[in-house]
Design a protein around this ligand. Structure first.
Ligand SMILES: Cc1cc2nc3c(=O)[nH]c(=O)nc-3n(C[C@H](O)[C@H](O)[C@H](O)COP(=O)(O)OP(=O)(O)OC[C@H]3O[C@@H](n4cnc5c(N)ncnc54)[C@H](O)[C@@H]3O)c2cc1C
Length: 473
């Protein structure tokens, strides 16, 4: 078990000198935004939040932390959902939120090099300036930052077509726990020169080093994009509908999300200006998008044909097509507001899991039965990225129950649902990571050999255990 030291006053002064007094936060009021996370589950404390402005400053901070055996918690946009970015004790917080430079867009516009503090939405905007897209996309994109996206190997709504953060990254720059800078900023598509350090860093949740910059893949900007929102009789129909959409559209199918009626009810109730775009209420809904890099790519016709075919087969009961960008955004807002709406319904116990796509309906049916047994009246709100087998199996508290009493069931419910996931050969973390929240579950459920190898890798790269202690392993 690694132990680390709280920094002395003299060390705090040396650290502050690196970033300048205004970027070394010791005042609790200025620290506060860095110490609580979105779900309000974890509240941390730290002697200092450091906001370096460059890779060199990160390197100098890490060299001191290493020499003095000080724990370091990396943080980017603080939207992580497993508590990985929040300190547990005397660690220092190293936020990359000032490292917001776009260093380069390559001449062919196939990649761009950005610093770890670039906000995901700003990376989108930069790509669009060059008539390209960076397709990583999620509801938190106005706040999350590239460093956090890569550290969590983030997923989102376009993984179906473009892959997750790992698949979208060509190169990386990172500061190792001893302060050395690893420059892996290549934009090579092919590089088989041994173990892939880039892939090791991506998804390591700040436990192996600090990502300071990355080379991201860019793609041609879709010039035709059509979105549809459809009502479905049941989840089995959603599965067949997904397959039909893949057959009709092939790689043009860039998103396929599913959500239950209760999710839309909550959004309509809690998010101002939102309404169900369909006249009737269906048990389930799908939100899908078709994209083409050509302005006249035939996407409207393809979508019409798909919906007609699905309706003929009784897979959908009703549907609406967004005929303008504004209408498309409104449909996406329905989906993206689910987490926020659910938050306003009181306590919610979350499971970000993946299962083989064909078992999604079975998983949800069996999980619902498990949850009802543990907490009668609890309200499952399972939604997610159907094409990736990724279910956000979130459960809202029964109406009238106290939030605290419901949240006390978190572990019991997680254990039971995760056991089901494992029995279906799924994963207990599809995209949010392990952090603090799922550390015990990882130790319980990950095969012993895999855990052993992970621990050994960690010990080689971070022998003192100063990087994000108490997270993941
Ligand atoms: C409303 C909402 C919707 C979301 N939707 C999705 C979704 O669809 N898909 C998805 O995958 N996630 C989603 N998330 C979760 C979250 O946005 C992602 O995990 C995101 O990638 C985290 O980025 P961040 O910049 O906020 O990282 P942070 O929260 O700051 O950090 C996350 C983890 O990365 C580590 N870290 C941060 N920066 C660095 C760095 N520079 N170097 C090394 N380690 C670092 C931290 O220590 C921590 O362990 C959602 C969150 C919210 C609030």
């Amino acid at each position: 078990v690694p132990s680390f030291n709280p920094p002395s006053d003299a060390t705090l002064r040396r650290l502050a000198d690196i970033v300048g007094e205004q970027n070394a936060l010791c005042d609790p009021a200025r620290q506060a935004p860095y110490l609580t996370e979105w779900r309000d589950l974890y509240h941390g404390s730290t002697p200092i939040v450091l906001r370096p402005g460059s890779t060199e400053e990160v390197s100098r901070i890490m060299a001191i932390a290493h020499a003095e055996r000080i724990g370091v918690v990396p943080q980017a946009g603080n939207t992580g959902l497993v508590g990985g970015q929040i300190p547990t004790g005397p660690e220092i917080v190293l936020s990359v939120d000032r490292m917001t430079r776009i260093r380069e867009v390559d001449r062919q516009r196939t990649s761009m090099t950005v610093e770890a503090g670039v906000i995901l939405a700003d990376a989108h905007a930069e790509a669009e300036k060059h008539d390209r897209i960076f397709p990583l996309s999620m509801a938190s994109q106005g706040s999350c930052r590239i460093g956090g996206n890569l550290a969590t190997n983030a997923g989102g709504v376009q993984v179906l077509a473009y892959g997750n953060a790992r698949a979208l990254t060509l190169g990386l720059e990172a500061v190792l726990p001893d302060g050395r800078i690893w420059n892996g900023l290549t934009n090579l598509k092919k590089d088989n020169t041994g173990y892939d350090l880039r892939d090791l860093m991506i998804g390591s949740e700040g436990t192996l080093g600090i990502i300071t910059a990355a080379v991201l893949k860019l793609f041609p900007r879709p010039h035709e994009q059509v979105t549809a929102f459809a009502g479905l009789p049941d989840l089995d129909a959603a599965l067949v509908f997904l397959r039909l959409a893949q057959e009709h559209a092939g790689p043009a199918l860039t998103a396929f999300e599913f959500m239950p009626a209760i999710a839309i009810d909550m959004v309509v109730m809690h998010i101002p200006g939102m309404q169900n775009p369909l006249a009737g209420r269906s048990p389930w809904y799908a939100l899908l998008e078709l994209s083409s890099p050509r302005a006249e790519g035939g996407m409207n016709d393809a979508l019409d044909a798909l919906l007609a075919s699905a309706s003929e087969k009784n897979l959908i009961t009703d549907a609406t097509i967004a005929t303008s960008l504004d209408k498309s955004r409104a449909l996406w807002k329905l989906r993206e507001s689910i987490s926020e709406a659910q938050k306003r319904e009181g306590g919610s116990i979350k499971h970000d899991v993946s299962v083989p796509i064909t078992t999604i309906p079975e998983f949800i049916r069996r999980a619902n039965a498990i949850v009802e047994k543990i907490c009668p009246g609890a309200r499952p709100v399972p939604f997610g990225h159907m094409g990736d087998g990724n279910v956000h199996y979130n459960v809202s508290q029964p109406q009238g129950m106290s939030r605290a009493a419901f949240l006390a069931l978190w572990e019991t419910m997680n254990v039971a649902v995760h056991d089901l996931v494992v029995s279906l050969e799924g994963s207990i973390s599809a995209e949010h990571g392990i952090g603090r929240l799922k550390r015990a579950e990882l130790a319980r459920l990950k095969p012993a050999l895999e855990l052993e190898l992970m621990r050994r890798i960690k010990a080689v790269i971070d022998p003192l255990g100063i990087m994000n202690p108490g997270k993941v392993l």
